[in-house]
Write a new protein. Structure first.
Lengths: 791, 159
């Protein structure tokens, strides 16, 4: 029984149930009289539904119903909305095509749901799905950005000529033109940011129950933000008021962004439950996940950097085509604009920036936020470009960065792309990473590798990112259709234990421990006496959920605000009990004390008095001790740092081995160092996965070539080294905890470091470019091509 | 439906299931042992790893009927009352889990590794866990957990 506050690393409270096999994930939940659903999905990327006949299926044993697009229309269900309105350069709104829960007449990507079969068992539903006759008239499809933006492309939507959803820009074109006019050097780069599938280990699932007696719906779902899902169901898709709708996100097995969004299946299990009079459960299988979960990244960009004769950056020009998929997912439009274009200054003092981003529809599953969401795309572009500039100008890539990093004494720093960084120290994180990787002896290691016939390369990335998207008013002005605050409720129980209700959701992040530390440290009570409750709209007042590394910075700050109210009310109670003035009461280490005396009341005594108010100032103070707070951040937070990667390339086979990874991050004040390190490790693994192994490969006709773990290369234990992670703390200046966020740093910082390392290793062979993932085949071919050129 | 007798976590269960039911389906759907997870359809992820006669097996690769006559142990069957198995304890101590979904399979697989190799090296662990995917931890702390768990198991003389 110990007090464990900010800075301690207590073991996680949530671990025990997971380790015992007692976690409760959505698919584990079996409701009485449970029915099961499977979805029939389009096998073509673009086709008209010529015939859909479910009569044979409906007659099969155990089948309760088969729903199609006609039922979606007849029930008056709303289309799945996009949460962010982006406007084009000319002020016009983005093209927002309809997104019915089941396809109506036309399918627009492989995996587009066409019909839903509900039966008394999953096996019966699967068998009946095979009996639904669907005939398609296949249409030409735009499977990739290249096909979608070619001359006279197949149109995903007739209302989007050229498949353009929006043509957005940020920055000052004239300033950038002027910068390039006076530049001593210009560096150009064309690059793609590869498409990846999120692949949380728990596939999505949803279990819907309509209770006719109370006319009330309950949805269990794999969500990072149950209140947001309830809001979208209530206001847009199901059209049922919030008090008739409970959304529960129980234990959730990873999200990485893919479980933010409101998906058709969540709506349809509720509709189906009302239709068949039983709870209806759907659980995705993995192949289904590949074609129905929103993917990430998928940019094609051109970038130019202007430098003066001394290597100082003068200006940056960027043109990006961002794949959105066929339908606009919840944050699809925000990710390649406000979470990408605004990050293009990176950690650099960059006096002129202009970026143009076209959102492109393709006949593929939606692209939306995936760990990092826009910031990895910005970081990859900038860090590849800076390292290319270093090679071109024959400047050491570390020195070129030093020359251009924002000096620690220049904060707050206003970028040319809207963001104002409050704090940071990029020189300190750079030095720390260099020390961690033992940069001093790098040349020796490179020579040793060469002796073994291996090419060693060192790659660097200095990055910044933005977390805790805010404030709501600014986000709203930029097109957000939701607020971005967070809510907390703290209930002190009569005998002094505490329940904390948070609107954030933990699906691996360890909130049940870190948030308990905030209470334990502040109130001086054992961490064992604190319970953190999340993931249930019936238990938690409200919340916006967990994404964009916002939980500690925004959700934690809401908890601190509620704690302030608890402590203040406790002071009034203590003043009464101690017969002193409120102004004289201090609170520390769990004790209310009359300042300068030994007269104290323990927090537990004060809490008890609040609930048993026999000696209590009832005329001026309500009994009870429970407080709520909503916190709307004043600004984003800005984690940043340096990632260094050493690779060894086998020139005979093209195999790249990650030999060493050192990260030095500034994630602000650290609540639980053990958990922060764990988050860094996970992000690094996903970033390395994208850089070397993973890619969701669509062909030109919109067929996904790799839709299982047999063909999509997930990082495995043997692909990765032990990571050297470290932190240099500068506290965020505008939230009460000083925290910035750690969930995404690895995925943002490390991909360019990996590719820069590979290019550094291959530079002596004349290889100047390679795209993600740098697979052995790709590396080997690049080596052969360079050898051919030099021969 | 065919009837069969399965011995799971030292208890004997007489069950009925389809002839083509996978072991993982029977464990989850019939016996409600939901600690054994399903993360893929291609026997790649290892979230469903259990022990069959002491050896780790992906429960999606085996028919329930094939397991008749064997001793099956799932993640629910390895703790000693309230006391975690040393490998479970090591995963908590070294923060070897985040979302918890791959964890049961990781722990079951790791225990089998230790039975075969009581003092595994980092390379041994990384190679052995080839069949277990984790998306959260980057494997760093899983590797530390397995090595630490192996040490405790070896000292305790526990397979």
């Amino acid at each position: 029984m110990t007090v464990q506050g900010v800075g301690a690393s207590p073991k996680r409270k949530e671990d025990r149930r997971f380790l015992l096999g007692k976690g409760r994930y959505t698919d584990d939940i079996v409701l009485q009289d449970q029915a099961h659903a499977v979805f029939i999905r389009a096998p073509y990327a673009h086709a008209a539904i010529a015939k859909l006949d479910a009569s044979a299926a409906r007659a099969m044993p155990g089948v309760l119903a088969v729903l199609t697009g006609d039922d979606v229309t007849a029930a008056g269900l709303g289309g799945i909305p996009c949460g962010w309105l982006v406007k084009s350069k000319d002020g016009s709104n983005m093209v927002e095509p309809p997104h019915p829960a089941l396809a109506i007449g036309v399918v627009r990507h492989v995996g587009d749901p066409v019909a839903m079969v509900i039966a008394t068992s999953r096996a019966a539903a699967k068998a009946a799905a095979g009996a639904v006759e669907v005939d398609y008239d296949v249409k030409p499809a735009a499977g990739r950005i290249a096909e979608a933006t070619a001359a006279n492309p197949p149109l995903v939507w007739d209302q989007a000529p050229g498949n353009i959803c929006f043509d957005w820009h940020i920055g000052d074109a004239a300033n950038v033109d002027a910068a390039f006019a006076k530049a001593a050097h210009t560096v150009e780069l064309e690059l793609t940011n590869s498409r990846v599938a999120p692949n949380a280990m728990e596939p999505r699932a949803a279990n819907g129950f309509y209770d006719a007696a109370s006319d009330h719906y309950t949805l269990y779902t794999t969500s990072q933000n149950p209140h947001l899902t309830r809001l979208l169901l209530a206001a847009f898709t199901l059209h049922v008021p919030e008090h008739k709708l409970r959304v529960v996100a129980p234990d959730v097995g990873g999200g990485f962004g893919s479980k933010i969004f409101h998906y058709a299946e969540e709506l349809m299990v509720l509709v189906a439950s009302k239709r068949v009079g039983k709870p209806v459960k759907w659980t995705s299988d993995r192949m289904e996940a590949f074609v129905s979960d929103a993917h990430g990244r998928d940019h094609v960009s051109k970038a130019q950097l202007a430098l003066d004769a001394n290597g100082k950056f003068l200006g940056l020009r960027v043109q990006t085509l961002a794949n959105l998929g066929a339908y606009l997912s919840t944050f699809a439009s925000a990710v390649p604009t406000y979470l990408y274009g605004t990050l293009l200054s990176g950690p650099y003092d960059l006096p002129a920036i202009y970026a143009e981003v076209k959102g492109v529809f393709t006949n593929t599953v939606a692209v939306d936020a995936y760990r990092g969401a826009g910031r990895p795309e910005a970081s990859y572009l900038l860090e590849r470009l800076v390292s290319k500039a270093a090679r071109q100008l024959r400047i050491d890539p570390i020195e070129l960065r030093r020359k251009n990093l924002i000096p620690a004494d220049k904060f707050p720093y206003q970028t040319q792309v809207a963001l104002a960084y409050d704090t940071g120290n990029f020189q300190a994180t750079l030095d720390m990473a260099l020390e961690r990787i033992d940069y001093k002896h790098y040349a020796d290691r490179k020579a040793a590798s060469a002796k073994r016939g291996k090419l060693r390369g060192l790659g660097i990335s200095t990055y910044i990112e933005a977390c805790g998207l805010a404030p709501s008013a600014l986000a709203g002005a930029l097109g957000a259709r939701a607020g971005l605050y967070e809510a907390a409720n703290i209930r002190i129980h009569p005998t002094g234990s505490v329940s904390v209700f948070t609107g954030t959701h933990s699906h691996g992040q360890g909130h049940e421990t870190t948030f308990a530390q905030l209470i334990s440290g502040r109130l001086g009570i054992p961490i064992e006496n604190v319970e953190v409750v999340h993931g249930d709209t019936d238990r938690i007042p409200f919340g916006m959920g967990t994404y964009g590394s916002r939980s500690a910075a925004v959700g934690g700050s809401a908890i601190v605000k509620a704690l302030d109210k608890i402590v203040d009310k406790g002071k009034k109670i203590a003043a009464h009990l101690l017969e002193a003035s409120v102004a004289d009461i201090e609170f520390a280490d769990g004790l209310y004390r009359v300042a300068g005396t030994d007269r104290v009341k323990a927090f537990g005594e004060v809490a008890f008095a609040a609930y048993v108010p026999h000696n209590y100032p009832l005329e001026t103070l309500e009994p009870g001790l429970e407080e709520s707070a909503f916190y709307d951040p004043k600004n984003f937070t800005f984690p940043g740092g340096t990632h260094l990667v050493e690779v060894e390339v086998d020139p005979e086979t093209g195999v790249v081995e990650i030999v060493d990874v050192a990260s030095a991050d500034d994630v602000g004040v650290i609540i639980n160092p053990m958990i922060v390190d764990g988050q860094a490790h996970g992000g690094l693994a996903q970033g390395i996965g994208q850089a070397l192994l993973e890619e969701a490969v669509y062909d030109g006709d919109g067929q996904l070539a790799n839709d299982s773990f047999l063909t999509y290369t997930m990082p495995r234990a043997a692909d990765l080294p032990m990571f050297k992670v470290g932190n240099h703390v500068t506290a965020c200046t505008h939230n009460p905890l000083g925290v910035k966020g750690v969930g995404e740093t690895g995925a943002i910082g490390v991909p360019p470091a990996v590719i820069n390392a590979v290019l550094d290793a291959l530079a002596p062979l004349g290889v100047t470019d390679i795209s993600m993932p740098a697979t052995p085949e790709k590396v080997w071919r690049a080596i052969q091509a360079a050898a051919g050129k030099q021969a | 439906m065919p009837k069969l007798t399965l011995r799971v976590n030292r208890e004997t269960h007489a069950i009925e299931c389809a002839a083509n039911a996978l072991l993982v389906e029977v464990l989850r759907d019939t016996l409600h042992l939901t600690g054994t997870h399903v993360g893929c359809d291609t026997s790649q992820c290892g979230a469903c790893t259990v022990h069959v006669d002491g050896r780790s097996v992906k429960a999606c690769t085996m028919l329930a009927a094939e397991a008749e006559g064997s001793a099956i142990t799932t993640i629910e069957g390895i703790a000693n009352g309230d006391t975690l198995h040393p490998m479970q304890a090591a995963f908590q101590e070294h923060h070897g889990l985040q979302c918890g979904f791959c964890t049961p399979g990781m722990v079951m697989s790791a225990i089998d590794l230790c039975a075969r190799k009581p003092a595994p090296t980092e390379r041994d662990v990384r190679t052995w866990l080839e069949g277990n995917l984790c998306r959260c931890t980057g494997y760093h702390n899983i590797v530390k957990s397995v090595i630490a768990g192996a040490e405790v198991m070896q000292k305790a003389g526990k397979p």
